[in-house]
Ligand binder design. Sequence first.
Ligand SMILES: [Zn+2]
Length: 464
Amino acid sequence: MNAINPHIFREYDIRGVAGKDLTESLVFDLGRIFASRLRKELSLVTPPRVAVGRDGRLSSPQLAEKLAAGLAQGGALVDDVGLVPSPGLYFAMHHFKADAGIMITGSHNPPDYNGMKMVKTSRPVYGDQIQELKQALMAEAFEDHPGGAIHKADILDFYLQRLIVDFKPGRRVKVVLDCGNGASGVIAPQLLEKLPGIEGEVLFAEVDGRFPNHHPDPTLPENLHQLRQRMQETGAEIGIAYDGDGDRIGALDHQGKIVWGDRMMILFARQILATRPGATIIGDAKCSQVMFDAIAQAGGNPLMWKTGHSLIKTKMKETGAPLAGEMSGHLFFADRYLGFDDALYATVRLLEIIAQSPATLAERLSDLPEVHATPELRIDCPDEKKFQVMARILQGERDKGSDFSDVDGVRVRCDGGWWLLRVSNTQPALVARVEANTLERLHEIAQEVAALLKPEGVFLPNWE
Ligand SMILES: [Zn+2]
């Protein structure tokens, strides 16, 4: 076996350059190990069932094929659902009552990257579990089992039916969707056709792993230009964009302004809380204070939690939360839906909310206080140092008696705003974000954060 790059085994997934770090033989061996471990873990009499899907990257078909073959050799029954968005794979797990699912996807990373997102119904796959897979792979601890097989299955019709099953039609709404040549393109046009009263068009639905039109990451404003322009040309009142594997949503209002994940959450929370008063609604530590306050005002129980789909899903189960979301556009509905992050389903819910009222998206959020925020600021800090820096800053806030949350890094509430500092899971960096009631306070708070970092020898970048 070739040398394994240990850095591809990350907190929430496995990710690397296809053909270099993530080779066909490595993916095959991971499949064997995953299946045999799953067998043991579940102590099943019959072979475990694993759904496999893939995104539209050029390297994905070969990697998915090898993964399926490896899983079968390790003794799993594989439901290979082919090219689907990540939520389509999660839906397939539900549909086939699979014990686990693996998606070959590079999400929003550059075209030459690819990766594996793994989900088990018994417990989420992240952190130590991924490290254990790495160890087993390095030790070549393979155990093959009989009974494995691969079954190719088409899931898209079932998935589409589930997405639209209880959509409540209302007034006419004109929308533009932008798939960015990502995997959502296999279903977004059909979805748009099936929703009564919703009309519009879909940009870049042709799945193309080279991403020739723009990069499929709706959190970067430069990727929303074409959507904004097409909305203007067609008079659409809302624009919706997806990331490469369709688990994150981005939106533009009728003025072409970005509606971030936490703003969308407010709309969804208000709708859900109307019938489920007191429900817990979860947002990650990057979300605006405006969101947490709006959830409380609407009669909900706002809960701040850690970023990461495995962690969020676990917390949702634990608290019975009907809704959770991340600033980045991962939105999880357990209300009328299955509890995973699905940008296509979020689309259905968003369009339903807009169709139910004469007001536009912007009007429905116009009662919220205006705040100013920095984007997510990446602060270079070596891996061997970042945790100590973080620990000292957290201790400092504790000593000062600050009003803070340490649920994910440290988020400190201060006069007229808050700041967040956390360790990057993926890079030698800290990540910061500041929000304030006024632009002036924003700068002041940012300077306070910079002053905390300076003695540590790390520096807040300029964001303007
Ligand atoms: Zn994604």
